[in-house]
Write a protein that binds this ligand. Structure first.
Ligand SMILES: NC(=O)c1ccc[n+]([C@@H]2O[C@H](COP(=O)([O-])OP(=O)(O)OC[C@H]3O[C@@H](n4cnc5c(N)ncnc54)[C@H](OP(=O)(O)O)[C@@H]3O)[C@@H](O)[C@H]2O)c1
Length: 347
């Protein structure tokens, strides 16, 4: 199923740099902040005075991002004074589960708090569909799901302790799982092909199979956001966990799409900054506690925790049957158990 109308044709943003609050003293980790949406998100948070870590597979790619960010200017509409942000990088290779613990430990050595983590790094339709991670998984499953799940496992204790610190505001501690409208192309009904996670047996072939693999990896992001919220929402001053579709954006992600697709749909793509507005809306906008926005959904409650955000920062609806699976068939819990078994040797 394709993106919904509201995902494809979002209205102008109503929450922008002009509305963003000072992030001084808060610590952020954005995976894959060297390019595309992650780069723009890191830049925004840096200018809001946050302590920001990006990740990269290589130091040279990281410094090609951190140096221009340091010498850039805040967006002209930003209202708060800038100049107190810091940016550094942690080496992270999501294609190799055996390295994730080391990367997490490096971060944990350097920081005593973690306010917001944005699982942003990802791949779509790799150039070689047969390329595998070090552990033999297709890249979209390994890079988009298994490694972020493992990284989160190592960082959750610090996130939980941050949520209880005296200077932490209610509902400001967050985990953001960058998904995609592409999650609508995941296997039905649950979004996951439970007996064939790498979709080796799937009836689809060629590009359709790769699109389904991407869709499944992104449906898993929607599910992990919900399941993380279900497990940890009451911790400390409240933890929020959201998935999001950042928007259709001009980045390197689409490099491997067929040329005809880019020729027809290229005009629908926006500047990567717009995707950063979506990520920041999910990551740093203050939720309306009075209206119950920070709670879990269900029983007719307003609660949005575990929910899905659409461009350029609005509440949206994940794929209906994926969401039903989470609420009625406890598919989030099931996925968590499956992933724990898959990455267990590296925990
Ligand atoms: N662009 C869109 O229109 C769009 C739409 C929907 C969803 N999304 C999602 O948004 C997220 C960001 O996408 P983007 O468009 O900004 O992509 P991008 O421009 O291609 O950037 C991808 C980032 O991921 C990192 N990365 C790739 N492979 C990695 C690996 N094996 N280990 C560690 N890091 C790796 C890269 O870092 P290094 O190369 O420096 O290691 C890079 O910083 C993705 O999750 C994507 O699925 C994007």
């Amino acid at each position: 199923m394709a993106a919904t109308w509201t995902e494809m044709f979002p209205p102008s943003p109503t929450w922008t740099e002009a509305d963003m609050k000072d992030q001084y003293g808060r610590v952020f980790l954005v995976t894959g902040g060297t390019a595309g949406i992650g780069y723009e998100t890191a830049k925004m948070i840096y200018h809001l005075n946050g302590t920001i870590y990006i990740t990269s597979r290589s130091e040279s790619s990281a410094s090609k991002a951190t140096e221009p960010i340091k010498s850039s200017s805040p967006h002209p509409s930003q209202t708060i004074p800038s100049g107190r942000g810091t940016i550094s990088y942690v080496q992270l290779n999501l294609s190799d589960l055996s390295t994730i613990k080391g990367s997490a430990e490096e971060f944990l050595r350097r920081e005593k708090r973690l306010d917001v983590i944005i699982h942003n790094a990802g791949v779509m339709l790799p150039a070689d569909p047969e390329e595998k991670t070090e552990q033999g998984y297709h890249l979209q499953l390994g890079i988009n799901v298994l490694a972020p799940f493992l990284l989160q496992h190592f960082l959750t204790p610090l996130l939980l302790s941050t949520a209880s610190l005296p200077d932490t505001r209610s509902f400001s501690t967050r985990v953001i799982w960058v998904s995609s409208s592409g999650h609508r192309a995941s296997p039905v009904p649950d979004g996951v092909s439970w007996d064939d996670l790498d979709l080796l047996q799937a009836s689809k072939t060629g590009l359709k199979k790769e699109v389904e693999r991407y869709g499944q990896s992104k449906a898993m992001g929607v599910m992990l956001a919900y399941e993380f919220a279900r497990r940890y929402h009451e911790h400390g001053k409240g933890i929020l966990s959201f998935s999001l579709h950042p928007g259709a954006l001009k980045t390197g992600l689409q490099d491997n799409l067929p040329r005809w697709f880019n020729a027809i749909f290229g005009w629908l793509r926006h500047d990567a900054r717009m995707g950063a507005l979506t990520e920041c809306w999910a990551g740093i906008r203050e939720v309306n506690v009075e209206s119950g926005e920070g709670g879990m959904p269900g029983d007719g409650k307003v609660g949005k925790n575990g929910g899905y955000v659409v461009p350029w920062g609005r509440w949206g609806d994940g794929h209906e049957s994926v969401m039903k699976g989470l609420m009625e068939r406890r598919t989030g819990e099931r996925l968590w158990g499956v992933l724990e078994k898959m990455v267990g040797d590296y925990m």
